[in-house]
Design a protein around this ligand. Structure first.
Ligand SMILES: Cc1cc2nc3c(=O)[nH]c(=O)nc-3n(C[C@H](O)[C@H](O)[C@H](O)COP(=O)(O)O)c2cc1C
Length: 180
């Protein structure tokens, strides 16, 4: 695949589309290796990824459910959303927690930018895979102290969400982007 297509065919796929089959660990390793090659000012490599699979993944899904039950204001509670979270243990194969460690050597926005570029490298690694898919969610307790603790981050680190991964029958390639 040429680079233009790798960029343009990268898609978000959601747990409702996942079959429940496992994404090969070798692919997870490739994603993490490609993440490592993202640029960072002063080579701080501020991203802090943690991969959850198997029982650890199920425990993190349970924590997402617990977060929803504990921290959703009554007026915002949505049973459908809770039901969706409850499908994660069966549907989702791996979860990569996206963290960032601000080391202080460069401004924090640069560390955020570098972390997002590392996530993009992981995401682009999936483009050519016919069935392995995922997306970056900024829900499910993203940014909370609760999730910082569950994902093993330090007090000053930022919890920036989760990359949810699974297998899908058929990946989409088409999308629209307006010209700005
Ligand atoms: C930082 C970030 C956070 C995101 N958070 C969510 C999310 O919480 N829920 C969601 O449905 N999609 C989320 N997305 C995915 C976007 O909705 C998706 O990338 C966008 O709709 C474009 O679709 P595409 O990735 O298939 O091109 C997020 C994307 C980014 C970059």
């Amino acid at each position: 695949m040429i680079l233009d297509d790798i960029i343009r065919f990268r898609r978000s796929h959601f747990p409702r589309e996942f079959s429940g089959e496992s994404v090969p660990d070798s692919l997870i390793h490739r994603m993490l290796e490609n993440a490592r090659w993202a640029p960072s000012h002063k080579l701080t490599m501020p991203w802090r990824f943690r991969v959850f699979a198997g029982e650890e993944k199920n425990a993190l899904c349970a924590a997402m459910e617990q977060y929803y039950l504990q921290f959703t204001p009554a007026e915002k509670f949505d049973q459908k959303k809770l039901d969706k979270i409850r499908t994660y243990p069966v549907k989702v194969s791996h979860i990569i927690s996206i963290g960032m460690h601000p080391g202080g050597a460069v401004p924090e926005w640069e560390e955020l930018a570098a972390t997002a570029m590392a996530v993009q490298n992981m995401w682009l690694t999936l483009t050519e895979e016919p069935n392995a898919a995922g997306y970056w969610t900024s829900g499910n307790g993203t940014g909370s102290d609760f999730m910082k603790q569950k994902t093993g981050l330090l007090a000053d680190d930022k919890q920036l969400g989760f990359f949810l991964l699974g297998m899908v029958a058929q990946k989409r390639t088409h999308a629209e982007r307006p010209h700005l």
